[in-house]
Design a protein around this ligand. Structure first.
Ligand SMILES: *Cc1c(COP(=O)(O)O)cnc(C)c1O
Length: 364
């Protein structure tokens, strides 16, 4: 089997040391194990810049979407109405979740290469007082755009509504002042910027709003309040916990600290992302998102002009040389994507761009 590094935005390439801690089996009701869960929850509060008094953390089995579904279906009650802000596939997934759970909701849609406007959100809230909650994606992994959660949160708070952010692919890769921004629920997962392996999602919750949600959940397994109530006691997960993933995550959090915290990690991601864009530009490859809104996590590139090849051909060529890239996901153009989160360094970006150059030369 060919070994390759992942240039996909989760799962991503993890360190040997993170993988190694999964060699141990742990008992789920053992005190040492429960302490690991508690330590993770405490450290996540720090990474989010929130106080333990006002915020708490729930870990939920499953991939990131399970976390988003857990929040939407647990906190938006029968009498409530949700406004979903969507400029990509992950925003659209929230509408899908809302449909399945029969939530009352409205959608504010924006083109995939544009950021949603806070002013427009403000107008929608004014025009529809029934709306109680607003949900949006921070880093839309579909395109790579980084949405302005600060300005949207501000108008949502001013209107007295609950703010929900899917920060799946940005949390810990981009610094987010969760409490200062007034975000009530923020969702991320184990296999994104904290650089763990897949298996659970994490939810930063405003304590008061979480407690208010008791009894509203439409699902048993994804009941956010119930999961929290059990976990808050002593770190026990309500149902079988993804033990190996939890160990890997605890190790990944230590390594984030060793790297220099979010600041250092964010700088590495930004530097590598900007280097990648620069090098691709030299090859005549343009980005789908304009520089102002391009995030540091993943980049959508247009296919070069006058080249005739399939994504599969390009993918195989690059994979044979040690890297896995991602197909495009925007619907209005021929594109491919490159993620640069995980154990990816400047040398990888330079090597990758060399591989692209030889591939395009061959195809021209
Ligand atoms: C990764 C991701 C998710 C979750 O996707 P899963 O496949 O369920 O892990 C949700 N939102 C965004 C923005 C993401 O990048």
């Amino acid at each position: 089997m060919i070994q390759y590094k992942l240039l996909t935005p989760g799962p991503l390439t993890t360190t040997e040391s993170v993988k190694k801690v999964m060699m141990e089996d742990h008992c789920t009701w053992d005190d040492d194990y429960k302490q690991i869960t508690q330590k993770i929850r405490k450290n996540l509060l720090k990474l989010a810049h929130v106080s333990e008094e006002d915020y708490t953390v729930v870990l939920m089995q499953g991939s990131g979407s399970f976390g988003v579904e857990s929040v939407l279906t647990s906190v938006v009650g029968e009498e409530d109405k949700l406004l979903i802000v969507a400029n990509g596939a992950y925003g659209e997934r929230m509408t899908d979740i809302a449909d399945h759970a029969k939530l009352s909701y409205a959608v504010y849609r924006v083109d995939y290469d544009q950021v949603p406007s806070a002013q427009k959100v403000e107008e929608i809230l004014k025009g529809d007082p029934a709306i109680t909650h607003v949900a949006m994606v921070h880093s839309e992994t579909t395109s790579g755009i980084l949405n302005d959660i600060a300005s949207v949160s501000k108008v949502v708070k001013a209107a007295g509504k609950t703010m929900i952010v899917d920060a799946m692919s940005s949390f810990a890769g981009v610094d987010i002042q969760v409490e200062e921004l007034g975000i009530d629920f923020l969702i991320s997962s184990a296999n994104k910027c904290i650089q763990g392996v897949p298996g659970f999602s994490l939810i930063l919750c405003n304590r008061k709003k979480l407690i208010e949600s008791q009894g509203k959940a439409r699902s048993l397994s994804l009941d956010l309040y119930d999961q929290w109530e059990t976990m808050e006691k002593d770190g026990k997960w309500r149902f079988t916990s993804p033990t190996h993933t939890v160990l890997a995550f605890a190790k990944a959090m230590e390594e984030l600290e060793e790297e220099g915290g979010i600041q250092a990690r964010s700088k590495r991601y930004y530097d590598n992302n900007r280097l990648l864009i620069q090098k691709m530009k030299e090859l005549g490859i343009r980005t789908y998102i304009g520089e102002e809104h391009q995030g540091p996590i993943i980049t959508t590139f247009f296919y070069p002009e006058h080249c005739n090849f399939s994504f599969q051909e390009m993918y195989e060529y690059i994979k044979e040389r040690g890297y896995a890239i991602y197909p495009g996901k925007v619907t209005d153009a021929d594109t491919f994507r490159i993620g640069n989160i995980g154990e990816i360094y400047e040398e990888d970006i330079l090597k990758l761009c060399g591989i692209f150059k030889s591939f395009f030369d061959k195809m021209r």
